[in-house]
Design a binder for this molecule. Sequence first.
Ligand code: HEC
Length: 193
Amino acid sequence: MKSPLTAAVVLATAVSASAVDYTKDIKPVFSQKCYACHAVSKGKTKGDVALDTPEELAKVIKPGGHIIPGDAAKSTLLISCKLPDDDDEVMPPKGKNRLTPAEITALETWITEGASLTAGGSAPAAAPAASMPAAAGAQTWTSSDGKAIQATFEGMKDGGVLLKMQGSGEVFLVPLTRLSPESQAQAKAAAGQ
Ligand code: HEC
């Protein structure tokens, strides 16, 4: 556990400064740079990876998958996009149509924030549950401004909720007031209050 101040600062980033939205920022990149070889709709699932449907994304975005929610450093999809042009495993292959540094940053931030397909938008089609079969007990938590993270409830402390981030395993103390009314209720239910 970090010092309370550090945790609060990091938390502000983790919960409320979320700027990356899947539909707006990530999907267009996948569509332009990956779907040619990784889309069910195009009949291409190279390396058994498709990125165009919630069902296929659910196989990619999970602990042990190519995208590990909350853990960009271990997400092989991101790692392969960052390899040098001449690496055999670089994605897209052979250094063609590479992701721009801004696209890499967006991807990295999105994964760190939990790789949600719906955060910031209205929740379509059971995608969050399907894409986060998840570590035991991990749930979706939303901040008062509507951003979502995946984390496990660890207890209540000092008027806040201790949340263990899925993926990185870091624990943050989140003030109740930072959470949406639903997540506040979820915390109280989990605490048996
Ligand atoms: C020109 C076709 C092509 C494009 C475009 C492409 N890939 Fe791939 N991708 C492949 C092939 C072929 C494999 C299988 C490689 C292998 O198994 O060695 C693969 C495998 C992968 C894997 C699995 C790697 C592993 O460790 O098994 C991931 C993740 C991946 N691609 C992500 C992406 C992403 C993200 C993009 C877009 C930014 C992308 N790919 C664009 C052809 C492509």
